[in-house]
Design a protein around this ligand. Structure first.
Ligand code: GLN
Length: 448
């Protein structure tokens, strides 16, 4: 009830697309009854959780913040959702986001902006902006987001909370609406690393509904965290992540935290990741290619919105998509179709795949020498609503530090490190080797 009341008080902030008022209370009462009747409490007993609106809950809306799915209801549960439910979590509702998770500011939502919790004239980050603002404002204890190139980590940084993107394949994508399937991962937004670890542990593991979900055993993440000590920790600091153009407050706060760890016994190791400049280009070629294919299913026939003005089948496809997709989604479908078209495939798509491989090799090599790679989460603090909407390339640069971990598939986390001169939150970003989520969160906890 406390969380639901707060959600109502923040109604104008547009953080939730759907609120499960009655269902959440009924669920809490049912859990209470279970305990009274001598049942064993699950790992997440009573934990109030918000779910990004591109993750399926049976019988609930699943809009992806798009007009094309405005009235669509899911007919099944995502595996991650089912596992949370089996652990006795309580779902509070579905959160706002950039349409189909495409964006870095939540401004691409068909259902409006979300204000940053620390300055209402600024963005909360994206695409999981609603999930991040929900946790930061106390409208959920934990929230699920999805992270394709930074959509959990960047808004976590902008909202002063912890945002974890696990290893690709760690959590089943069954029931997560696909954006770029070889990048997409469900992630966790939380106030602290312990909550993130607990929720990850419940959701992680093989799922027969997702062939890319990993067989890798799910460890006790909190035990893994406890085993991490600062003494002797080797932190890789790539020179490319601290370019002159980096916002000076961001540089100062991130470096300050790293120096603090050095004073506590960690070793800062200068490393270099020379291909870093190609991350954004490779990312936006690969994800638009995958998106153009994944979004072909929204044709006006099978899901959601259908244009009323079509006279034949082809016009129904065209008009439905034209009327119901937003600008950014259309831009990406066109870009993706272009890079995959005959004659351009080798120049763009194949080249970007080769770059992806180079990144994987470089990050693997780097993580043979250090325990973790550290840098800023975002090159700048939260920006003003409307500041970057006129220039998509400028918006894409917001992801420059989060995209590499998505290209290689490694786990990464954003952890708050303080406030800039305007009192805006700044996040520090850490990347560990595949399946080292326990170690990653353990290191992050030493920084929080
Ligand atoms: N901002 C990035 C993009 O627009 C990342 C999105 C995401 O991780 N879903 O693609």
């Amino acid at each position: 009830r406390l969380y639901l009341d707060r959600i109502d008080q923040h109604h104008a902030d547009n953080i939730y697309i759907t609120v499960f008022h009655q269902q959440a209370l009924d669920r809490a009462k049912a859990l209470d009854r279970k305990l009274v009747e001598g049942g064993n409490p699950g790992k997440l007993f009573g934990m109030p959780i918000a779910i990004k609106d591109n993750i399926a809950i049976k019988g609930a809306g699943l809009t992806c913040a798009s007009k094309i799915l405005e009235n669509y209801e899911s007919v099944y549960d995502a595996t991650a959702v089912l596992r949370l439910e089996e652990a006795d979590a309580v779902f509070l509702g579905k959160t706002n986001m950039d349409e189909f998770a495409m964006g870095s500011s939540n401004e691409n939502s068909a259902f409006g902006n979300v204000p940053n919790p620390f300055d209402k004239t600024r963005v909360p980050g994206g695409s999981s902006g609603g999930s991040a603002a929900a946790v930061a404002n106390g409208l959920a204890m934990v929230a699920l987001g999805s992270d394709t190139g930074g959509s959990v980590r960047q808004p976590a940084g902008f909202c002063n909370i912890v945002g974890l993107k696990p290893t690709y394949g760690r959590i089943s994508r069954y029931g997560l609406v696909a954006f770029a399937s070889s990048f997409d991962q469900i992630g966790v937004l939380a106030m602290n690393c312990d909550d993130a670890a607990l929720v990850l542990e419940v959701m992680a593991g093989k799922d027969e509904h997702d062939a890319t979900s990993s067989l890798h055993a799910v460890p006790d993440y909190r035990a893994g965290m406890a085993a991490v000590s600062v003494e002797g920790l080797r932190i890789g600091v790539p020179s490319e992540f601290f370019h002159e153009s980096l916002n000076p407050d961001v540089a100062r706060l991130v470096k300050g935290k790293l120096h603090e760890l050095r004073d506590r016994g960690a070793e800062l190791v200068d490393i270099t990741l020379p291909e870093s400049d190609y991350a954004i280009a490779a990312y936006y070629i690969l994800v638009t290619a995958e998106a153009s294919s994944n979004l072909a299913r929204f044709d006006g026939a099978r899901y959601g919105y259908r244009s009323g003005s079509a006279e034949d089948l082809a016009a129904m496809y065209v008009n439905s998509r034209t009327e119901a997709f937003g600008r950014e989604v259309k831009r990406r479908i066109m870009l993706g179709t272009y890079v995959l078209s005959a004659g351009y495939y080798d120049t763009y798509y194949k080249k970007a795949q080769q770059v992806r491989r180079v990144f994987q090799d470089r990050y693997r090599e780097a993580l043979e020498k250090v325990d973790v790679i550290a840098g800023p989460t975002s090159p700048f603090p939260p920006f003003g609503i409307g500041d970057k909407t006129g220039d998509p390339l400028e918006m894409y640069l917001a992801d420059v530090f989060t995209v590499p971990a998505s290209i290689v598939g490694m786990p990464a986390v954003s952890v708050p490190v303080g406030f800039d001169s305007l009192n805006l939150p700044v996040g520090l970003h850490l990347i560990c080797n595949f399946f080292e989520e326990g170690k990653l969160l353990g290191i992050a906890r030493h920084m929080q």
